[in-house]
Design a protein around this ligand. Structure first.
Ligand code: ZN
Ligand code: ZN
Length: 475
């Protein structure tokens, strides 16, 4: 759907990612950006620039680095103080037992000048050092009169949550496509549903024994062989096949379901069936024994969770996909972004708004963008194509429409007529095959084929302007 493609571009361009755990807006900070954020604080603010440094070894193992070696390295780099337990302490004074998993190295202490701009270069220098020492992260703490921490501004030059450090994918159009490996929910591969074997359907009557057909999926002639193999495997494994299934031990049931090297098991059997899905009777068979569930990971929204952390105007792309064109149009008309984003997305927004307006105008106000193309009626797809045509500025084009009013309310037929007139005004020609009286009445030139339908027709009964049609007795 072209409208959906536009939404993907919009989300990639101006979508705002928030960490679901911290609620912090995820962004890549730059030194000038971080400095600007600090300069928004009132003059006279007491600031402490620190770099968070993890004690975990650089080689990626979880083992904490011995404090002694980390301390020496810090001192070698010229860092002498830590922010620890709410106060500044000398690196050399801290015993190993008091060192947390992540330490905060003091980079600089300063009081913001009354004219904040005077502090710009000092802050920039401190933040640059902090980003280097903190492997991309830095914090600016705002201290009160008693040197207690009142507030902290987290910064990160990578695209991750500046508070907890979690890394997020940078929005790109593919992240918002469930047809792409980048965007599809990993649990359901973008289908929105997952399916599992339903034990109650496979063993509907657990009072039966395996011998008497407890496992229903193998009781048809086509799969009788598996019934036999199952019994043989059970005998080999000393699993009773002549007692009610419900009385088998958990281990025995697991053997029946999961099998072993020689015995395929119920699950293995269905996995094998999956490879034969192209056969209709196999699909029927699978459907009978599987239960379908809304995907627990994406909740049926088909996109990976990371895509749903991204919002425009407070909504995710999945939210927008569920809204009818009419509401979407109103929402986009009211949408106001920040000045910078507004400029960045101006072309996209204009295009989205006009496409939604066209879809609304051709009588598709109720349509949601997640509707699949193949679920649309003939009249609906024609009107969608019409909406696309309206968006283009084609002239000298011949449009041929086959009963575009099918399924339309009278009011919408009226609007559709207005649209067709608009196409004509642009210098195009519109030919419509139609039974609708209002549409017929609006035509400049009519050709009436008849007298009956199908083989009983095919003759030109009337040709000319509408006024003449009324006078024609045979039409
Ligand atoms: Zn976070
Ligand atoms: Zn899913």
């Amino acid at each position: 759907r072209p409208e959906f493609a536009l939404l993907r571009l919009l989300f990639a361009s101006v979508g705002e990612t928030r960490c679901p755990d911290c609620g912090v807006k995820v962004e890549k900070h730059t030194i000038p950006g971080a400095v600007d954020a600090c300069l928004m604080l009132p003059g006279g603010s007491r600031l402490l620039v620190v770099a968070p440094v993890a004690r975990a070894s650089a080689d990626g193992s979880d083992e904490a680095r011995p404090w002694e070696s980390l301390r020496r390295e810090l001192e070698r780099q010229g860092f002498q103080r830590l922010w620890l337990g709410g106060r500044i302490v000398e690196v050399g004074e801290v015993p190993e037992s008091r060192v947390p998993a992540e330490i905060e190295v003091v980079i600089d202490r300063l009081v913001l000048a009354d004219a904040p701009a005077e502090s710009r270069s000092r802050l920039a220098e401190a933040l640059e050092t902090a980003f280097k020492a903190g492997a991309g992260r830095a914090m600016v703490l705002v201290l009160d009169e008693a040197s207690a921490e009142r507030e902290r501004l987290p910064f990160d030059v990578r695209f991750n949550c500046a508070r907890c450090g979690r890394v997020f994918p940078e929005p790109e159009p593919q992240l918002f496509s469930f047809n792409s490996a980048v965007g599809a929910c990993p649990t359901c591969q973008g289908f929105g549903r997952t399916s599992n074997l339903d034990p109650d359907k496979i063993v509907p009557d657990p009072r039966k024994s395996i011998d008497t057909g407890a496992i229903t999926c193998w009781q048809t002639p086509a799969y009788k062989q598996l019934h036999k193999e199952c019994r043989q495997a059970c005998h080999r494994q000393r699993v009773r096949t002549d007692v009610p299934y419900v009385d088998l031990s958990e281990a025995d049931k697991r053997f029946v379901w999961d099998g072993d090297g020689d015995w395929i098991g119920v699950r293995g059997f269905f996995d094998w069936l999956e490879t034969k899905r192209y056969k209709v009777h196999v699909r029927v068979m699978i459907a009978r024994y599987r239960g379908y569930y809304t995907c627990p990971t994406c909740g049926g929204r088909r996109l990976r969770p990371e895509a749903l952390n991204v919002r425009v105007g407070g909504k995710t792309i999945a939210d927008l996909a569920l809204e009818p064109v009419k509401d979407l149009r109103a929402w986009f008309d009211a949408l106001r972004l920040g000045a910078e984003d507004e400029e960045k997305a101006a072309v996209l927004l204009r295009e989205i708004r006009s496409r939604l307006a066209y879809l609304d105008d051709v009588g598709l106000a109720y349509l949601t963008l997640d509707r699949q193309t193949r679920s649309l009626s003939g009249g609906e797809s024609q009107r969608i194509n019409l909406a696309s045509a309206l968006g283009s500025s084609l002239t000298n084009t011949l449009y041929v429409l086959d009963e575009p009013t099918v399924g339309l309310h009278a009011r919408d037929t009226h609007r559709l007529l207005g649209i067709l007139r608009g196409l004509i005004a642009k210098g195009n020609t519109v030919v419509v095959v139609e039974h609708d009286p209002e549409m017929i009445g609006a035509a400049e030139h009519l050709v009436d084929l008849g007298p009956g339908a199908g083989e009983a027709g095919g003759e030109v009964i009337f040709e000319g302007p509408y006024a003449g049609l009324a006078a024609c007795k045979t039409s």
